[in-house]
Design a binder for this molecule. Structure first.
Ligand code: AMP
Ligand code: ZN
Ligand code: FE
Ligand code: FE
Length: 287
């Protein structure tokens, strides 16, 4: 089985990369992608632990882009994680995450909720780690302001809630192009969660490779609809469990949603083409 959407402690997942590898093997997965938010810091560790277990780890990431003040998640696969332009971009993304967490803590403080900034930030203190709202959610639970992670999001830090600060960042089309220049393929993550399907035709023209058809937040009808949409737009198909680990406030189900092999083969073939077409030093205009 194949699962191309998994998070580790390199971002907001609860499993260390090695533990993720063990859990993947135990769940019967043979090919996985570690797709942490705005970092690839967990990939090498997961790969080292997975290899002896017969599990292949594909290079992956989930990059947050911004469209009209809304977060749009783009998955990247098979790219060169040493690409200098990508590396610089991701360092900026992570710096912006740290800045935004500070602003959200300020916002909560103004609402009378003082959280321990040090302990919130300590989760992502190591180099290459990406901090995210779940770190604040956990602090809200620990301090007794929320019953659980989902409650913390619903009341304080989900989009439009009082502790929420909208992100600033690159448009989705720029992220699609960036992943392509780094030799990878891109997929529009969990479109059913977002409600911005109108973006897909433009992104397809901008070089988007795939749509994440298989995702736990997609009911059967959603998957069917996105499968049809992908076909209509000439896009490939990706999928995975978006596993964040135990006690993450999300479905704890690795491999329950998985990607049929035929779709993985198509992504891999497209990545081969992308790599061949990549011409270092011959980049597009305006770069
Ligand atoms: P951020 O990257 O800082 O924007 O935080 C977004 C992340 O928070 C998502 O990728 C999810 O992992 C997590 N998240 C968002 N909403 C919820 C929720 N209602 N319950 C649990 N986790 C959530
Ligand atoms: Zn996440
Ligand atoms: Fe996501
Ligand atoms: Fe995710």
């Amino acid at each position: 089985m194949i699962d191309l959407h998994l998070h580790t402690t390199a971002s907001d997942g609860r499993s260390e990369p090695e533990e993720l590898a063990r859990r993947a093997a135990a769940a019967g997965l043979r090919t996985i992608a570690v797709t942490d938010h705005d970092t690839t810091a967990g990939v090498a560790r997961a790969r080292a632990a997975a290899a002896p277990l017969g599990v292949k780890v594909v290079m992956g990431i989930e990059i947050t882009a911004v469209h009209a003040s809304r977060d749009v998640h783009l998955l990247g696969y098979f790219f060169d994680d040493g690409d200098p332009e990508l590396t610089t971009f991701l360092e900026r993304q992570r710096a912006d995450r740290r800045r935004r967490i500070g602003l959200m803590l300020d916002r909560l403080r103004a609402l009378g909720i003082a959280l321990d900034e040090e302990s919130v930030r300590s989760e992502a203190a190591a180099a290459g780690k990406a901090i995210g709202r779940p770190a604040i959610a956990r602090a809200l639970v620990t301090a007794g302001h929320a019953e659980n992670i989902a409650d913390a999001f619903d009341r304080f830090i989900a989009e439009g809630r009082p502790g929420f600060i909208a992100r600033q960042g690159a448009p989705p089309a720029d992220v699609v192009a960036l992943i392509a220049r780094a030799g990878g393929v891109s997929s529009f993550a969990h479109p059913g969660k977002l409600g911005l399907d109108d973006l897909l035709p433009d992104l397809a023209r901008a070089g988007l490779t795939a749509v994440e058809v298989f995702h736990p937040d997609h009911a059967g009808a959603d998957s069917d609809r996105y499968m049809a949409l992908a076909q209509a737009l000439g896009l490939l198909v990706s999928g995975g469990s978006d596993y964040h680990g135990p006690a993450s406030g999300r479905v704890d189900a690795m491999g329950v949603v998985h990607l049929p092999d035929v779709h993985f083969q198509a992504l891999q073939a497209q990545a081969e083409i992308a790599r061949r077409e990549r011409r270092p030093g011959r980049r597009g205009p305006g770069l």
